[in-house]
Design a protein around this ligand. Structure first.
Ligand code: FES
Length: 192
């Protein structure tokens, strides 16, 4: 036993510890190469990535009072066709009384006020609401047609959004975000 140890040290052969260092070092080098490829690949969007950049949604089946959730860039997007009562309820709130007075609408200037029309698809299409379905608190997906204001309710920590998706109660700091979108035809919405 002692003979073996002496031989290993005097001849300069790698000890077990050296061997571990060597193999770990090699794994690191291989790992670095493996990581580099996907990273470079991500910089060159392929067809499927480009297709996900925007989606077109047919909303023909959405009667007033109905909503749907679609997936866009890995996130849920709520599309809701509001009833006249839901629009009127949202219009009843003054911007000054809102927790977040900013529209958070990517289709408007960043400082646009969170009026009902600014939160909707605009004049003449005020019944339509399109929003990212991620609670601005910690990212849960709120439930639609729920909560004290009949808008959305996040069951994770109790954030309450009104029928324009504006935060009214609970810990969420901001209104639900509105992505870039437009009606590409009477009943089709292009998101992104
Ligand atoms: S994640 Fe929605 S209230 Fe906390």
């Amino acid at each position: 036993m002692s003979e073996h140890t002496t031989t290993g040290e005097t001849t300069g052969e790698p000890t077990r510890r050296d061997f571990l260092y060597l193999t770990t070092g090699m794994a690191g080098a291989v790992g670095a190469v493996a990581v580099a490829w996907p990273f470079i690949d991500q910089m060159r969007p392929d067809a499927s990535t480009l297709a996900l950049a925007s989606i077109e949604v047919d909303v023909t089946s959405l009667e007033p009072g109905m909503s749907m959730t679609v997936k866009w860039r890995g996130k849920p997007v709520f599309i809701r066709n509001r009833t006249q009562k839901e629009i009127d309820d949202a219009k009843g709130a003054q911007v000054a009384e809102l927790k977040d007075p900013v529209a958070r609408n990517a289709n408007l200037p960043p400082d646009a006020q969170a009026t009902d029309v600014a939160r909707s698809a605009g004049d003449g299409k005020e019944n339509w609401i399109v929003m990212i379905g991620t609670c601005t608190h910690l990212g849960c997906v709120p439930l639609g047609q729920a909560g004290e204001y009949g808008g959305w309710f996040c069951p994770c920590h109790g954030s309450v959004y009104d029928t324009a998706g504006r935060i009214r109660k609970g810990p969420a700091p901001m209104n639900l975000l509105i992505p870039q979108y437009a009606f590409s035809s009477e009943k089709k919405i292009k998101i992104g």
